[in-house]
Design a binder for this molecule. Sequence first.
Ligand code: ADP
Length: 618
Amino acid sequence: MEKIKLTMQHIKVIIANNLFVFRLAWSMHPQRVLADFAVQAGRQLANVFFSVYFMKYIIESISIEREFQQVVYFIIMTLVLIFALILLDNWYEYRFRPLSDLKLYEKLYLILFRKAASVELKCFEDHEFYNKYTKAIQEADQRVSAVLENLSRVIFVSLATISIFAVMYAIDPWVVWFALFPIVGNFYFGKKLNRIQFQQNNERVPYQRKMDYVNRVIYLSHFAKEIRLSRIFSVLRNTYIEGYDGAISVVHKYRVKAGVVSFFKIFTTFTLIFQGVLLYGAYLAIVKQSISISSFIVLGSAMVGGAWSLIRLSDSFVEINKNGIYIENLKTFLSYVSEIQEHSDSVKLIAPPIQQLSFRHIYFTYDGAEEATIRDITIEVNKNEKIALVGHNGAGKSTLIKLMMRLYDPTEGEILWNGQNIKEFDLLSYRSMFGTIFQDFKIFSMTIAENVLMRDLVSEADRQLVISALQKSRVYDKVASLPKGIDTMLTKEFDDQGVVLSGGEFQKIAIARIFAQQAEILVLDEPTSALDPIAEYEIFESMMEACTDKAVVIISHRMSSAMLADRIYFMEDGEIRESGSHIELMQLQGKYAELFLKQAEKYVDQEELAGVVNLHEA
Ligand code: ADP
């Protein structure tokens, strides 16, 4: 009973999942759904017609002595039908489907990308969700059309199979029992064969991984230098050979078993029904004389068509199971509701210009973490104020910034924008108040100008904005020296003429992004780590000059840069330990002063530090 319940449950899930994809495909591209169904209906109509009625008509014509001309007309009509179906099939396969695949995927990917861009960051840290999400995206281009095709196939092949076996039943009720052979053959032995292949593939995985790893390492550009400058290639070659030998041994291990099961699968699926129906039909016609010769011939022809329909049907059920896992991933991903919603039903306010941003007793614990990362933090950033967050790695500085921009919501406490809880604002309008650059910023394979603006350039004013931003981040001289200037493509991914700049230059281009934004608060989360202290100091200084009318929050592990801020917050273990200006904190002789002096001692080049301090004092 339990098993039946489980099976019913399983069937319900399968139907619901397939309907989910059907509805999704229908909403994106209804013509595609109709075409899939029409083509499948045409194919199965032809299958039934040729399996049963064609033969029946011809044989009947002989036994009832139809006029020859009538038979010729019938055959001509049949040829017209075949011709029309071939045209329909060709049009569908070679013209409609390739174009409609692109259209379907474009729409599907836009839906997936939009969803991916809107789910909150914590989803990327949830492995289970992340796996579903990557699989939903990776396989989307084949799976959705596979589900659609399979669905139409199941429906029309079922109808065709029923029609063919109905005709066989009418000739002799017992003959339909032969249908069990292909069902058992394809299902039972097919399942066994699949299991063997599954085991074989599973055992091959570690070996295949080795081969894949070597493949990847050989073609990925960031391994190219090491491979050329060392003897690592011979190790990689051996790894590949180990993988290859292992994969071969697995194939040998399952060779005989797979061969035997495959033999039984073919024997029961094809031989028993083919030979069995003919033998039984011959018995009925010759010994029992209960059926005519024409019925015997129709039986033989229907049996071939019926057997193939059954095989196709059982393959489709296997396919349904395979697609089910994919659909589950897609469904989970698409129906995920973000806790931090981009749009919500309630009317949300547009964030006004900043007067003050304040944290009130904020606590925050990452999902799955045992301890709070942020503890009882109360800080504020006022209009036009320059703030520095300093502290050792892991103190919680980046987390604080992410909370500030609502990439996460605090576990406790409130963040207020001009006295109003930030949750009351429309998320996009709130986030657009920030111009942010993170330590792990990304450079896109696009032009320098697009990398700075982070959108298309639409006017001359945009070009001027890019140039002025690059000047402020002190990299314009370099960009101007390139033949295509701000239109230079970064990286060589799409363009051989694309340039690869130094780490520091890439950082300056990324920093230019925040100068090009109309943001109210600029946030720099250690984006300058590849720069030397003087270059970092100069960029921060230029930023302070260029942003007198903006609030700025800087995170840097270099105390020399923090000196530029109006107020410094020193963080440790998720708490603010000290706050004040550089001079106040030095006078306090607390943790900030201690770290400042320690860093000063550690500078490899004391002159560099002296340079920075002199710049500050000047
Ligand atoms: P900082 O910017 O001061 O170096 P972070 O805010 O990056 O510090 O990290 C503070 C603490 O939170 C660290 O212990 C870090 O391991 C942890 N942490 C950071 N990001 C995550 C995350 N996504 N999931 C769980 N823990 C995290």
